[in-house]
Design a protein around this ligand. Structure first.
Ligand SMILES: Nc1ncnc2c1ncn2[C@@H]1O[C@H](COP(=O)(O)OP(=O)(O)OP(=O)(O)O)[C@@H](O)[C@H]1O
Ligand SMILES: [Mg+2]
Length: 399
């Protein structure tokens, strides 16, 4: 994505996607930031127009600097995101692993007609020099999933450090397509850290260093060279605290869609309505679409955030304790919704509630001190755990 011999360029859509990633990671986006974003969008109405990277750097740094005290941190973050983007677009052209001869992973067959519509391997990293053995280090019970080609993502041998502190050790697991996978374990064991690796949100943390492989179908999404904009669209995230942007209900849902697809107004209306319906909130907001998303109740805000996530048609949805800030009625609604979502999406959920993991999930991973102690079918984990540590945790004897 560079002009040969000249300064590299970046599309307006790519620039706005970076701003979106920073906003999503911030659980308290302020009105001023939205206003500056609106000005930026108005100044650059064509999402496909290309800008020299130097100009993007200066536009985004100015935006970050307008905030005052967080100036350095945000400006640094933007510099890093731009560098990562350059690394990814400067990498070799994308090729599907499944189309490569000698690739051990026979996963291309899993991209069937029922798969979500994005086959976005453009700009993706490949595993040319490292024949992928997705079954390495997986427990026997789950190795089968990978061999049968039902897994949607694989994590293999993942180590993660925050500065000098190691937070994940040699974590491997498959994530089955159209199923709910729950991550459980005591506070600080690395659940959120692992979840954030699955759509590269950890890249927003400057001290974070990751080793190991993560694949999304036939695309290597870990390491330098992965297309972060595409990964974050294919793997959406819902956070613990509902974090709608201080925009209208309609614009909360429409934002990512405009960014990634540039639809007509009519098409956008249709997508927004469909996402709000799928997130089971349409009936409550259809007559107030132009009110602020932040004016809704906590449970409604969380369903709005789910609508925002599914509107861009991701393949995988990551949820980090999505009900922990909600009352029991709102929790029940979200749980019901998650069970419906797995018909169309692959879901990974972090939860502290053993009963929620049992009610919702098909597979459960129990983590302790940064390690995946046990991973298997939820029924097996809760009825006949293989590890004594798992047994003690699920029976409430430590934690
Ligand atoms: N941004 C960060 N910078 C440095 N260390 C971090 C960061 N985020 C998490 N950690 C550390 O990594 C380890 C794992 O944290 P993580 O948030 O993944 O745990 P968790 O299992 O999600 O916990 P909880 O159930 O309390 O949410 C902890 O020791 C934590 O202090
Ligand atoms: Mg957490």
């Amino acid at each position: 994505m560079t002009t040969e011999g000249d300064e590299p360029t970046m599309s307006v859509a790519e620039m706005l996607a970076m701003v979106e990633a920073v906003m999503l990671a911030d659980d308290d986006v302020e009105q001023g930031e939205i206003t500056r974003l609106a000005v930026l969008e108005a100044d650059h109405p064509d999402p496909e127009a290309r800008l020299p990277v130097g100009e993007v750097r200066s536009i985004l740094t100015q935006m970050a600097s307008a905030d005052g005290d967080e100036e350095d941190e945000e400006a640094q973050l933007i510099r890093r995101l731009i560098d990562q983007h350059l690394a990814s677009t400067g990498s070799d052209s994308a090729e599907d692993l499944g189309h490569k001869e000698g690739t051990t992973s026979d996963t291309s067959s899993t991209e069937d007609a029922s798969s979500p519509k994005h086959d976005d391997s453009s700009g993706a990293a490949t595993t040319d020099d490292d024949p992928f053995d997705p079954t390495a280090n997986l427990p026997d019970s789950t190795r089968d999933l990978v061999i049968k080609g039902q897994a949607h993502m694989w994590v293999r041998d993942l180590d993660l450090r925050y500065g000098s502190a190691q937070a994940l050790y040699d974590v491997s697991l498959p994530i089955e397509r159209n199923a709910v996978t729950a991550l459980i374990g005591p506070s600080g064991c690395g659940k959120s850290t692992l979840l954030r690796c699955l759509n590269r949100m950890n890249d927003l943390i400057s001290v974070c260093k990751v080793d190991g492989d993560i694949d999304l179908v036939n695309t290597r999404i870990s390491g330098a060279g992965a297309d972060l904009v595409s990964i974050r669209r294919r793997v959406g995230m819902v956070f613990q605290k509902p974090n709608p942007f201080p925009k209208s209900i309609y614009d909360n849902v429409a934002y990512g869609v405009r960014l990634h697809y540039n639809p007509s107004r009519r098409e956008l209306d249709r997508i927004v309505e469909a996402a709000l319906r799928r997130a089971a909130i349409w009936d409550e907001v259809s007559d107030r679409l132009h009110e602020l998303g932040t004016s809704l109740s906590g449970g409604q805000q969380q369903r709005l955030c789910i609508a925002r996530t599914i509107a861009v048609e991701p393949e995988v949805i990551l949820m980090d304790e999505p009900c922990s800030a909600l009352d029991p009625i709102a929790t029940a609604k979200i749980e019901e919704l998650i069970l419906e979502l797995k018909e169309h999406f692959t879901v990974v959920i972090v939860t502290h509630s053993m009963s929620q993991a049992q009610r919702l999930s098909d597979y459960t991973g129990f983590m302790y001190l940064g390690r995946m102690v046990e991973f298997g079918c939820t029924e097996q984990i809760f009825s006949e755990p293989r590890e004594e540590l798992t047994r003690r945790y699920i029976s409430g004897r430590f934690g």
